[in-house]
Design a protein around this ligand. Structure first.
Ligand code: FAD
Length: 403
């Protein structure tokens, strides 16, 4: 009567528990939750939740009754050790639980800024519901905010703060914003939109010091000596996967817990999914670790299928979204290996898509306020179908006909 034990109740862990039940899994499921709330969604934490004054319940996946009704044991605890020989997980509370199958869904944590004063109370990170609640409270009185890191989360936060009339400076090490994940066309568009909303972007710059006085943050000093006054500093410099527990149990881990195409570790009784999993990508023929809701959800569904006897490799098309101010950015595929791009629509009209080609093959599509393009692109890319660049650029060409 040993349960499937799921370590971590984020997007991946929650979805796995729900999908197992939906797939008819009848045995016990234990979902280990180390946060002081019911399992919740993270995307609103840098967007709608931060903007309003809503109740935390608005971000919960499901009410408590769902877990009772579906016989999912929500265990409030933190797993501190895995004994693979006896198939036992030990908790911080000194309890322990033997498992039939163990799933690592431990996610990722914020990469920390390491410099004097980085631990000051006015320096904040945004990952958890508690982080978002604390930042939201601070935004009520903040006048000047500095954001370090122009990735999705940093920019979503910046747009929310700017909309509240707060002065926002964004500091980014790379020469352009979101450089790792979008094309220069999309970076340029969003740079103009954030500047138009009143944000000041400092690209190709780093922070050399954080100054405080009388117990409060005063300013951030850039590597060119410039001083940015601030009463709140938000750090969004990326995340690191939570692999330590797996490593201590002897499971191979690098930048993620290593799993194969079926999301299985080297131990047949242990799998890993979501932000913490470095999976062998069938589609891209390389190890990949993705940080997105779609990846967490799709991997959870794939694993639920395997644990209920429907074995198939994980091969979902990656896709992402980011809402920044009034703009919706959606990305289908990966924007990494491309040489040519084609723009469909008009950035000046705030509605366009960028088709990225490598070796003449469509690799990824970024859409800004063009949901129809994004949906068509996902189907095209999932089916490994390319679309002629001339046709892609032609707005009167219906992308669905390329399928
Ligand atoms: P997580 O959600 O990180 O959950 C892992 C859980 O495991 C955590 O609760 C952690 O505390 C717990 N855990 C870790 N170790 C242990 C342990 N030893 N014992 C018990 N529990 C443990 N993605 C998008 O696609 N679109 C977006 O717009 C978007 N916006 C985002 C906004 C914010 C502010 C953040 C932080 C992320 C956003 N993401 C977005 C990313 C997305 O939320 C993540 O990719 C997703 O949450 C990954 O799910 P996960 O379950 O793998 O990890």
């Amino acid at each position: 009567d040993e349960p499937v034990v799921i370590v971590g109740a984020g997007h991946a862990g929650f979805q796995l528990a729900a999908s197992l039940r939906q797939s008819g899994y009848e045995e016990r499921i234990a979902l280990i939750n180390n946060e002081p709330h019911l399992p919740y969604q993270r995307p609103p934490l840098s967007k709608g939740f931060l903007e309003g004054n809503g109740d935390p319940q608005a971000v919960f996946f499901r009410p408590e009754s769902f877990f009772r009704d579906y016989r999912i044991d929500l265990v409030e605890d933190h797993v501190v050790e895995i004994d693979r020989m006896t198939r036992k997980t030990s908790f911080q509370s000194t309890r322990s639980l033997n498992y039939r199958h163990l799933v690592m869904a431990t996610g990722a944590r914020n990469r920390l800024l390491r410099m004097p004063n980085a631990g000051h109370d006015d320096v904040r990170y945004l990952r958890s519901l508690a982080d978002s609640e604390a930042i939201r409270e601070r935004l009520e009185n903040a006048k000047q905010v500095v954001v370090i890191g122009a990735g999705f989360v940093g920019l979503e936060f910046a747009a929310t703060a700017a909309a509240k009339g707060i002065a926002v400076d964004i500091v980014e090490l790379a020469p352009r914003i979101m450089a790792r994940v979008v094309s220069p066309v999309v970076s340029g568009y969003f740079q103009a939109r954030h500047e138009g909303a009143g944000c000041c972007i400092h690209s190709a710059r780093s922070v050399s010091a954080i100054e405080t006085a009388n117990g409060r943050l005063q300013c951030v000093i850039l590597d060119d000596g410039r001083k940015l006054p601030a009463d709140l500093l938000i750090v969004g410099i990326g995340v690191v996967p939570n692999v330590e527990l797996a490593m201590a149990a002897g499971l191979p881990s690098q930048d993620g817990i290593v799993v194969d195409q079926h999301l299985a570790t080297v131990d047949p009784n242990i799998s890993a999914i979501g932000d913490c999993a470095l999976f062998s990508s069938h589609r891209y023929k390389s190890p990949l670790r993705l940080q997105s809701v779609s990846n967490a959800v799709d991997q959870a569904k794939c694993l639920a299928a395997r644990l209920t006897g429907k074995i198939r490799p994980f091969d979902s098309l990656p896709w992402f979204w980011s809402d920044q101010g009034n703009d919706k950015l959606q990305i289908a595929g990966l924007i990494d290996s491309y040489e040519d791009i084609v723009v469909r629509g008009d950035p000046d009209q705030n509605s366009f898509s960028v088709f990225c080609y490598g070796d003449g093959i469509l690799r990824g599509v970024e859409s800004v306020n063009r949901v129809g393009d994004h949906m068509a692109a996902r189907r095209l890319l999932a089916a490994c179908t390319t679309v002629d660049p001339d046709k892609a650029a032609n707005l009167s060409f219906d992308l669905k006909t390329a399928l």
